[in-house]
Design a protein around this ligand. Sequence first.
Ligand SMILES: [Zn+2]
Length: 365
Amino acid sequence: MKKSMLPLACIASLLIGSFCNAQNAKDTKVILITLDGFRWQELFTGADSLLVANSEYVSDTTDLKDRFWLEDPKARREALMPFFWKDVAKMGQIHGNRMLGSKVDLTNKMWFSYPGYNEILTGKADDARIDSNDKIPNPNTTILEIANNDSKYKDKVVAFGSWDVFPYIVNEERSGVPVNAGFELAQGSDLTEREKFLNELQPVIPSPWPAVRLDAFTQHYALEKMKKDHPEFVYIAYGETDDFAHDGEYDSYLKSAHTTDTLIEQLWNFTQNDDFYKDSTLFIITTDHGRGTQPLESWKGHGSDVKGAGSVWMVVFGKGVTPKGEVKQQEHLYSNQIAPTVLKVLGLKADPNKMKGKPLDISKK
Ligand SMILES: [Zn+2]
C-alpha cells in the first residue's frame, strides 16, 4: 500500500489538525538475511592469518593482504565488513563473538544448509526429516508461510535466494510465498526496466556453480521488488560465501563477504530513503552454519563431523533494536530463536509446540 493512501479516519484527523500516521507506515517491516556458511571467525576477526597468505587457497596473496590484512583484528574486521563494524556496531547488536563469551549456536546437529535454513525459518530443528540438501518440499511451516497465511500479510511476503533449493525450503507451492531463487527470472506483466535488464543479464553471465547464482542478481531482484511492491516481510539468502569456501578459494570467499556487507548497506540505505520502510524496518542477519575451528583442516567444508560447524552469529539493527554493538557479555543464543522473534515483531502468534526458542530481547536495554 502506498503511503499516500491514508485511511479516511487519518485524513479526517489531519483536517482537524491532530497528528496521524498511516497504519501501514507504522507497522514494523522485517528484512531477514542469511549469508551461507560465513564463519563467525571472519566476522569478528577479519581475514584468517592461517589462510590469507596461503597459496593453496589464494591465487594472489599480496593483493589479498593489501585488501584485508592488518595486524589488529578490530581493524581487520572493519576492512572486511565496514558497514557492519562502522555503522551496525553503533546502531545494532552483533552476537556470536565466542572469545568474549557471546555464543550463538544451531540446535540442529546436521550443520549444513537445508537443516540450517529450516531451523532459522521454522524455529525448530527437524533432524529426523530434514537430513539432506535434496529438493524436497519442506513438510514444516516457515514463518514466511505463517505470515502469508495471515490476512494482514497476505501477498506481502517474498523470498529471494541465490541457491536453487529455496523454493523447496520455503515450500513455495504450498505456502504461496513467491520465491525467486537459483537462476529464475523476474516474472509478471509489470516488470521494471531494471528487472527486464536483470532478466537479460542473468542467462549470459556465467555463474561458477550449477545450483547457485551470483548474489548481485539476488540482491537486485529483491531491491526492485521492494521499490515496486513494498512487501512487509522480505527474506534474502545470499549464497556465494559457502560456495567459494567449498571451492577452496579463500580470496573469493573474503571478497564476497566484503561485497555482501556493501549489499546489506545498500538495502539499509534504500529503506532509509523510502517512506514506507524508513525508521520502521528491522534487519535480522545470520548464517545457516559455521565451518569449524581448524581453518587449515576444515574451513572448506562443514557438517556434523566438522568440530564447531554448529557455531554461528546473529546481527540485528533497525526498528526497535537497542544499540549494544558487539555483545561482550556471557550469553547463549540459538538459531531457533529467530523465527519466534520475527513473528513477535510482526504481531503474529507462534505455536509453542512447534517453536521451542524464546523470542530475542532485541529491545532490552
Ligand atoms: Zn556448504
